[in-house]
Write a protein that binds this ligand. Structure first.
Ligand code: FAD
Length: 259
């Protein structure tokens, strides 16, 4: 299978660097084809601006969404964006590996999402009607592909537990997993989170690799997170609220999981 690893860490000799190298070898040894988008090494440009459209015409205020659609449709996107979209089209599974920085992905990776996820490619896809509100949340151009987050933290597992001070990890990752990944159609696997990684010795590193290796070995058999499909009948359209009959009396991110 084809696997893309989108990876963000500025230091090749970091724990993340070592884990990424381990993952590449494990996947290749299993017969997969692997591409790595090493965002710092690529000197990835994180900010959206008019240079992202090679045919940009300054005929009014710059609108990132409108210009993204124009460039995508006309084939005038900057080469770095088009190359990443080709990698996504090629991939059967995408792994996003990063250290948790301020409770989210590093800014360079967020900038990868903002620029590579063009209008017409990752959003603004499909028809809108009374029963179908675009191809998104379970449908879209990434449908049939799998995605998984691999995240290292400084904080302890308990800090990210149901009553932990940082908030539950599934809540913190919801905007990435449900918003960034499920929205354009990925099947999202449960995340692999390595907690309390600040002081990792050789023995612990081997444990982390064992766990990572098991998740890579089961990349195509692990059941995805059972998010509800937007157009599957569970939501009112166009309000896009969960129908009263489901998760009665409940609120919060958890209601978007099938019971
Ligand atoms: P490194 O610092 O490279 O290494 C961690 C440990 O692993 C070190 O002991 C190192 O010696 C060891 N190691 C490295 N390579 C190997 C190897 N090959 N074999 C054995 N041991 C090795 N944490 C949170 O929990 N929540 C946050 O919101 C958060 N925000 C942050 C924001 C910023 C800007 C920064 C800089 C850090 C933040 N942190 C946060 C902490 C951060 O998540 C961790 O520092 C990070 O996940 C550790 O990963 P690393 O690859 O940088 O580790």
């Amino acid at each position: 299978m084809n696997i893309l690893i989108v990876y963000a860490h500025p230091e090749p000799q970091s724990l993340n660097g070592a884990l990424k190298d381990f993952a590449v070898k494990r996947l290749e040894d299993a017969g997969h084809r692997v591409e790595v988008s090493d965002l710092y090494a690529m000197n990835w440009k994180p900010q959206i601006d008019s240079a992202d459209n090679l045919a940009y015409v300054n005929d009014g205020p710059f609108n990132p969404a409108v210009d993204s659609r124009r460039a995508y449709e006309q084939g005038t996107q900057s080469q770095d964006i088009a190359a990443e979209q080709e990698k996504l089209a090629w991939a059967d599974a995408v792994i996003f590996q990063f250290p948790l920085w301020w409770f989210s992905m590093p800014a360079i990776m967020k900038g990868w999402v903002e620029r590579v996820y063009a209008y017409g490619f990752a959003y603004g896809v499909g028809e809108h009607s009374d029963s179908h509100w675009g191809d998104r949340y379970g449908e879209g151009n990434m449908a049939g592909k799998r995605a998984m987050l691999v995240v290292t933290t400084g904080g302890w597992e308990s800090h990210y537990s149901a009553r932990g001070i940082n908030g539950p990890v599934d809540d913190l990752l919801f905007p990435i997993q449900h918003g960034v990944l499920y929205y354009p159609g990925f099947d999202v696997l449960p995340p692999l989170v390595f907690y309390r990684t600040g002081k990792t010795d050789e023995a612990r590193f081997r444990q982390l690799c064992d766990t990572y290796g098991q998740r890579l070995d089961t990349l195509f058999s692990t059941p995805p997170i059972p998010y509800r499909q937007q157009n599957g009948g569970d939501y009112e359209i166009p309000a896009l609220t969960l129908k009263e009959a489901f998760a009665e009396g409940q609120r919060g991110f958890g209601v978007h999981l099938k019971e």
